[in-house]
Design a protein around this ligand. Structure first.
Ligand code: HEC
Length: 215
């Protein structure tokens, strides 16, 4: 008797595996025992509606509304993000912005914020000095450039903004971690690092030049 059960079971498996589940598509709606709230009355975009006098289901925007949401580069929840300098790093003619957007004020507090964010998010690869010798180098990530190369010293602030926002090569985007304002603060700090590594005797205050044997 056991063998009969066994054989039936085996034949059932065999039948299903040969004939069943062969990837055929069905256009019939699936059997929904519990439809929950899957099917509800709704309008699809740009559909007609007899309910409104103009026959459109899409309603025109009330006067004075402001778009809210995500721009392509800005963090979540910023109004419109229409300031291209601040949110894209671009000037009015669409080129990379040189200098800082008018919306940010570069002062000591801003720099301190930049140092703070830089130390968290950039120093692991770019190093505390910006020379590309961060901790990741010891673990085999060798291609991190130094900020002190002429090319990166001359790079427009807006292009650095773009690198932080969208990433480059092995460097991922930091758009979800660093707000647009903080990205500019980081750039201010990167500029400070570059300045610090390329000082000349003329940068030493005259009162201290004698200590270096310059005078
Ligand atoms: C995970 C390691 C890593 C981190 C963290 C990192 N970078 Fe990078 N970064 C790289 C690498 C690798 C490159 C080279 C990318 C390439 O050219 O392919 C690079 C390139 C750059 C460049 C040069 C881009 C160019 O056009 O040549 C800048 C500027 C830069 N990073 C700034 C930053 C800043 C600012 C931060 C912090 C917000 C940061 N990076 C965080 C790895 C990192």
């Amino acid at each position: 008797m056991r063998y009969v059960y066994f054989a039936t079971f085996f034949i059932a498996i065999l039948t299903v595996s040969v004939l069943g589940f062969r990837g055929t598509l069905s256009t019939k709606p699936p059997l929904e025992l519990i439809p929950d709230m899957d099917h509800q009355a709704k309008y699809k975009p740009q559909a007609e509606s007899p309910f409104f006098a103009d026959g459109r289901a899409d309603r025109p925007l009330p006067a004075g509304v402001v778009a809210y949401g995500r721009s392509s580069t800005a963090a979540d929840g910023v109004f419109l993000a229409a300031d291209d300098a601040l949110y894209q790093g671009k000037n009015a003619s669409g080129e990379w912005l040189h200098g800082f957007p008018p919306a940010v004020k570069v002062d000591a507090r801003f720099m301190a914020r930049g140092q703070d964010r830089y130390t968290i998010y950039c120093a692991p690869c770019h190093g505390a000095l910006g020379d590309g010798n961060g901790i990741t180098k010891q673990y085999g990530m060798g291609a991190t450039p130094s900020y002190h190369d002429v090319r990166l010293r001359q790079m427009a602030e807006g292009e650095i903004y773009n690198t932080i926002t969208n990433g480059k090569g092995n460097m991922l985007s930091y758009a979800d971690k660093i707000t647009p304002e903080d990205r500019w603060a980081v750039i201010a700090y990167v500029r400070a690092l570059q300045r610090a590594q390329n000082g000349t005797a003329a940068d030493v205050p005259p009162s201290h030049q004698s200590e270096l044997g310059l005078k």
